[in-house]
Design a protein around this ligand. Structure first.
Ligand code: 9MR
Length: 380
């Protein structure tokens, strides 16, 4: 009888322990759950983790979206609202509302803020390049560019920490993109290169906020070694001439088939700019991972069927990024969005197609990739 009682007591203890362990292991389902671990806290020893957001993410601090972004990210950038077409639609009209609110949020919660972007060939209104129906002169365009940069950067001096001063100035044949900026400003100082609009943009931004980090941002730098070398050569020349470029931003719109080792090599090429400026940095500025490989134009995909591959690629990528952080060349990784429900990849490059590029799904639930990625720093 006594043995029976002892046995049932032991069994009860085992059952309680099993239930407790199971509870301990139960992972929160929703990314805004108070009990969930924070992605940016997990990576605090390696790099800031950021997200591109829109003003609707900030309108109400009680929403799940707000709780989610505030919890998991310590760096933010506006996906569209700081671009010239939105912030400066007409020569005499600035629209600061959205970026002002963004900055208020950043100050209130102590976030690092990025400004995207000052000079770009896209999302820039035509008035910059026109003068009474004719093409604007180089002098007029330079004057307008300086006015735009000075106004925007000074307004957020000491508040927006980092600017993507120039975005996508290289083209896909690895020369300078033939944008209106380049076409009109050309070799403005007559020194034989045509980096002038870039140089003027960086110098002007630096004058407006000498403490801001100034980045030159582009895509495919991780996948095209030719493009990485072109960027390296251009920035090297500018640094040698004293142009205040603080770092290269790699957008990293990658695919599930990305070559992580090639990305590492290309980033190491760019990191050699530290030989000229020891404080030179690399940032990942627009990370998302398409579930469709390069050139795959299928209309849909069963995410479950590629989930393991997707998770493995994210793990490989984040391990590589942590290596670069340990080597002192990378201190910021920003996602271009934060949940699968809101991404430019839904509908691009294939219209009507849904994509699943992030660690959090469209219902704001954690995907299995989140748990793989958040565990990595501790395992090192
Ligand atoms: O995500 C942005 C999308 O909402 C806009 O429609 C698009 C317009 O060009 O720009 C997208 O953001 C781009 C970023 O500003 C620069 N790098 C590529 C991004 C994705 O296209």
């Amino acid at each position: 009888m006594k043995t029976k009682r002892i046995l049932s007591a032991v069994l009860a203890v085992i059952m309680i322990m099993t239930v407790m362990t199971a509870c301990g292991e139960a992972k929160p389902e929703y990314a805004y759950d108070d009990e969930a671990p924070s992605l940016c806290e997990a990576y605090a020893d390696y790099f800031n983790i950021g997200a591109a957001i829109n003003s609707w993410d900030l309108t109400d601090e009680t929403t799940d979206r707000f709780k989610l972004i505030n919890k998991h990210f310590n760096t933010f950038v506006m996906e569209n609202e700081t671009k010239p077409d939105q912030i400066h639609p007409k020569e005499d009209t600035y629209n600061f509302d959205a970026t002002d609110k963004f900055v208020e949020f950043g100050e209130k919660y102590g976030k690092t803020l990025r400004g995207h972007t000052l000079v770009w060939h896209s999302q820039v209104p035509n008035w910059f390049f026109e003068d009474n129906g004719e093409q604007a002169s180089a002098d007029l365009l330079v004057e307008r560019m300086k006015e735009h940069i000075t106004t925007v950067v000074s307004r957020y001096k000491g508040k927006i920490d980092t600017w993507d001063v120039c975005n996508e100035v290289l083209d896909d044949s690895y020369g300078l993109r033939l944008s209106n900026w380049l076409k009109i400003i050309k070799d403005y100082d007559g020194d034989g290169d045509r980096y002038d609009f870039i140089e003027i943009a960086f110098r002007t931004a630096h004058e407006a906020d000498p403490d801001a980090r100034l980045i030159i941002n582009d895509y495919s730098l991780e996948s095209s070694t030719d493009k990485a070398i072109t960027m390296y050569n251009m920035v090297k020349k500018m640094l040698e001439e004293g142009v205040p470029v603080d770092g290269v931003g790699l957008q990293m719109h990658v695919g599930i088939d990305m070559d992580v080792e090639k990305a590492r090599e290309n980033m190491k090429i760019l990191a050699r700019l530290k030989e000229i400026n020891p404080d030179f940095v690399l940032e990942v500025t627009e990370l998302d991972m398409s579930c469709y490989g390069w050139g795959n134009n299928d209309l849909n995909i069963d995410f479950k069927s590629i989930e393991k591959e997707f998770n493995a690629k994210y793990v490989e990528l984040f391990n590589m990024l942590m290596d670069l952080s340990e080597e002192g060349v990378l201190d910021s990784v920003v996602f271009w969005g934060f949940n699968d429900g809101n991404t430019w990849l839904n509908g691009f490059p294939v219209e009507g197609r849904t994509n699943y590029p992030f660690l959090i799904d469209a219902d704001l639930k954690f995907k299995s990739a989140f748990w793989k990625v958040i565990d990595l720093p501790e395992k090192r």
